[in-house]
Design a protein around this ligand. Sequence first.
Ligand code: GLN
Length: 321
Amino acid sequence: MKKTISTSSLRALVAEAYDQVKSATGGANADYIPYLANVPSDLFGIALCLPNGELIEAGDTDYVFGIESISKVHTAVLVLRQSGADELLAKIGADATGLPFNSIMAILLEKDHPSTPLVNSGAISACSLVKPVGNADAKWQAIVDNMTDLCGSPLVLQQELYKSETATNFNNKSIAWLLKNYNRIYDDPDMSLDLYTRQCSMGVTARQLAVAGCTIASYGMNPVTKQQVFPSALAPKIVALIAAVGFYEHTGDWMYTSGIPAKTGVGGGIMGVLPGGFGIAAFAPPLDDAGNSVKAQLAIKYITQHLGVNVYGGDSIEITA
Ligand code: GLN
């Protein structure tokens, strides 16, 4: 069914979602990265960005938090921009693992590539593919510039978070070297891991993530800066990656209930994409057992369910002024 919704009704819906969800309990801050354990648990924000650049927000949408695994989407976009869709598929893959984000088992089970750039192994592998190979500083600059392009404004490295992650990323170290063992990493493993750790430690706001989500929803056109960040033909590729594994082993449940592809991070953020529609982000630190923000999930689902939107064939909405 085709539905028309005014921006003011959408504004009211976002405010209602915020009120309904703000006192939800359950979950706990990530504690395997010490820095994240100390972020105030009651922070909560929702931001929705429309293709005309308009932002609809409620709560703590300008609080800077760790982007964590949502950065995997950004760097997957960078690899797509630099090397194209075929290269990403051949060197990394586009499959769901059905296992937790940091699974070593997933690497052992895969025959020839790490599955997807949206789990830790594939994300470290993606960092190794970023050009120019062999030059850590230039690779980092490319990662940062690409994040800025997608979010429409610069992100800032959270030094404390970076230190905290670097001091405790033993599992990711194992992943990087296991990838090396299977020839699934394409630059120095320690350097690739460090780039991954740094990108996860970038500080971002829900507002910036909503803009990045809307850039993907708008086929590569950043709604705020109006920059064509990536060729429109790459948009379905990045959406397919997110839809396959954005919630790791719970992606099926998420797609079934929310109807839109979204990517989570253990910093408490979730970035959702309704292709041709809008970008949406929510942030609240307490996570469920799989490392996904409890309130951010509820907030995004509240909005998509009330709108009836769904990439598998829900209502199509036209947003009017
Ligand atoms: N930096 C975190 C890690 O590698 C990111 C995990 C996540 O957000 N799911 O463990």
